[in-house]
Design a protein around this ligand. Structure first.
Ligand SMILES: Cc1ncc(COP(=O)(O)O)c(C=O)c1O
Length: 440
C-alpha cells in the first residue's frame, strides 16, 4: 500500500524512520519481529540471515543469554543513577576492563550514549586539551572524504558522506578534508591496498596551508565502514600517525565499527599497529543490546585537563544523562567477558580468509566493479544502473525477500557477518548476493 493511501490512523505512518526511504518503506514494509543467533524472523515467521551483524553491532549473534541475564540483574539492582557527580560500580569496572583491552596508554574512558556522542566527546576533549596547554589556536579538525562519524554536528562536519551533509548547512567552521583512499590502483585487492600510502600526505598539505598551530585533531576510521568498506592502503595509517606526531595534532581513530574484534584483534589500532591519541567506540561494546558509546583517551591528555582546573571544579563541562548508564555498563561487562572467555576474536581470524576469498571471487562477474574487504568486513561494488545507489537499494530490498539482511552503501553491497556465524552460513550469504547480482 502506498504511503499516501494509508489511513491517517495506520500505526505505520507515525514513525519517521531514520536513514530510510520512508515512502518506499510504507509501500513494502520490511518488518523484523524476532531474532535468535544469526537469524532474524519477519512477521510471517520466515528466517533471514543477519548479514550485517545488525548495524555492525551484534557480532555475538542475537539473544545471548549471558547478556540478557546481566541486563536483568542490573535492572533489578540499580536501573539508573545520575552520572554527574555520582558513579556506579559497573561503570568503573567496565572502564578498567576496557583499558586492559586497549593499546597501552589509551586508558582513560568516558562513556556516551552511542557512536555519534562518542565522536562529539572526543572532539571536545581535543579542543580543551589544546586550550589548557596554551594552544587555544588549535581549533580546526581534519576529516576525510567519505568518512562517517555519526550524525551530530561535529561528526557530520568532519565526516565526508555527501548525502549526510548537504541538507544541513555549513557545519562546524574550520574543518578540512583529506582525500578518501578508494583509488583504482587498488580495485579488487582484498586486504590493505598496495597503493596510496602517500594519500596521508594530504594532512601535511593541510598543515602547510593552515598552519599546524591551528589544527586540533585529525579523525579517521581506520577502515571506512559506512561508505562501503574502504581499507587503508598499506602504510597509510602509520604515515598519518607520523604527521600528527610531528605537528602536535591529535589523532582520533573512530573505531565504532572496527572495535571489538571486527579486524581479528580487539581494535584496528592493534591490527594496523598504530596507536591513536583518542579512540571512539560503540556498537559491539554491548553487542547492540543497549545503546552505549565510549571514548578512550591517552592518560596524559586526561591528566592535563584535570590538572588545569581548580580543585573541586568540574574539569570537563560535558556529559549526557545516559553517560555510563548502569544497564549499558552491565551489558558491556557481559560482552567483554564473552569476548575474553570464548576467544571470540580468534574466531574472527579463523573465519576471515574464506570470507575474504569469497568476496574477492566476485571479481569478473558482470556488473561488479570492485571488491574489497578486511577482517569480517567485505564489499562488492556494482556499476550503477540508472540513478547511483538505485541498484544497491534494489538489491537490499530483494535480499530481504530472499532471506538476507545486509547493508547497501550506494551501489556497494556490504557484508559484515556476525562472528557467531559458521563458515557455511557465510557461504549462504555470499550465494544469495551472487544470485541477486545476477538477477539485477
Ligand atoms: C565510524 C562510525 N562513527 C560513528 C558512528 C555513529 O554511531 P551511532 O549511530 O551509534 O551514533 C558510526 C555508526 O555507524 C560509525 O560507523
Amino acid at each position: 500500500m502506498s504511503a499516501a493511501s494509508r489511513p491517517s490512523n495506520d500505526p505505520l505512518v507515525h514513525q519517521w524512520m531514520p536513514f530510510t526511504a520512508n515512502r518506499q518503506f510504507l509501500e513494502q514494509p520490511r518488518l523484523i519481529a524476532r531474532a535468535e543467533g544469526v537469524y532474524y524472523y519477519n512477521t510471517r515467521g520466515e528466517k533471514l540471515l543477519d548479514g550485517s551483524s545488525g548495524l555492525y553491532c551484534i557480532p555475538l549473534g542475537h539473544g545471548r543469554r549471558e547478556i540478557r541475564e546481566a541486563i536483568t540483574k542490573q535492572l533489578e539492582e540499580l536501573d539508573y543513577a545520575p552520572p554527574f557527580q555520582y558513579g556506579v560500580p559497573a561503570a568503573f569496572r567496565l572502564a578498567h576492563e576496557m583499558a586492559e583491552m586497549l593499546p597501552a596508554g589509551l586508558n582513560r574512558i568516558m562513556f556516551a550514549g552511542g557512536g555519534s556522542e562518542a565522536v562529539e566527546t572526543a572532539m571536545k576533549v581535543a579542543l580543551q586539551y589544546h586550550r589548557v596547554r596554551g594552544e587555544g589556536s588549535r581549533l580546526r579538525f581534519i576529516g576525510r572524504e567519505r568518512g562517517y562519524h555519526g550524525v551530530n554536528f561535529g561528526g557530520w562536519s568532519v565526516g565526508g558522506m555527501v548525502n549526510n551533509r548537504k541538507a544541513f548547512g555549513v557545519g562546524l567552521p574550520g574543518v578540512a578534508h583529506m582525500r578518501h583512499t578508494h583509488i583504482k590502483e587498488n580495485f579488487f585487492e582484498m586486504g590493505e591496498g598496495t597503493h596510496g600510502a602517500d594519500l596521508a600526505d594530504d594532512l601535511e598539505r593541510l598543515v602547510n596551508l593552515h598552519g599546524a598551530d591551528t589544527i586540533a585533531a585529525c579523525i579517521v576510521e581506520p577502515i571506512a565502514g559506512s561508505t562501503g568498506i574502504l581499507v587503508p592502503p598499506k602504510g597509510y595509517l602509520k604515515r598519518l600517525r607520523e604527521i600528527c606526531t610531528k605537528h602536535g595534532i591529535l589523532l582520533i581513530f573512530d573505531e565504532v565499527i572496527t572495535g571489538f574484534g571486527r579486524t581479528g584483534e580487539a581494535f584496528a589500532a592493534h591490527t594496523f599497529d598504530v596507536v591513536p591519541d583518542l579512540m571512539t567506540m560503540a556498537k559491539a561494546v554491548t553487542n547492540g543490546t543497549i545503546p552505549m558509546g565510549a571514548v578512550a583517551v591517552r592518560e596524559d591528555i586526561q591528566q592535563t585537563i584535570l590538572d588545569a582546573a581548580p580543585e573541586d571544579n568540574v574539569e570537563f563541562y560535558h556529559g549526557y544523562t545516559y553517560s555510563a548508564h548502569p544497564v549499558a555498563c552491565a551489558a558491556a561487562l557481559a560482552c567483554l567477558k564473552i569476548y575474553r572467555e570464548e576467544d571470540t576474536f580468534a574466531q574472527v581470524r579463523a573465519l576471515t580468509p574464506a570470507f575474504l576469498e569469497q568476496v574477492g571471487a566476485f571479481k569478473g562477474m558482470d556488473g561488479v566493479v570492485d571488491t574489497r574487504g578486511f577482517g569480517l568486513l567485505g564489499a562488492i561494488e556494482m556499476a550503477p544502473a540508472g540513478k547511483p545507489g538505485a541498484r544497491g537499494f534494489n538489491l537490499l530490498r530483494k535480499a530481504f525477500e530472499s532471506g538476507l539482511v545486509l547493508r547497501a552503501a550506494g551501489d556497494s553491497i556490504v557484508l559484515a557477518p556476525p562472528f557467531a556465524c559458521t563458515a557455511d552460513e557465510i557461504t549462504q550469504m555470499i550465494e544469495i548476493v551472487r544470485k541477486l547480482i545476477k538477477e539485477t
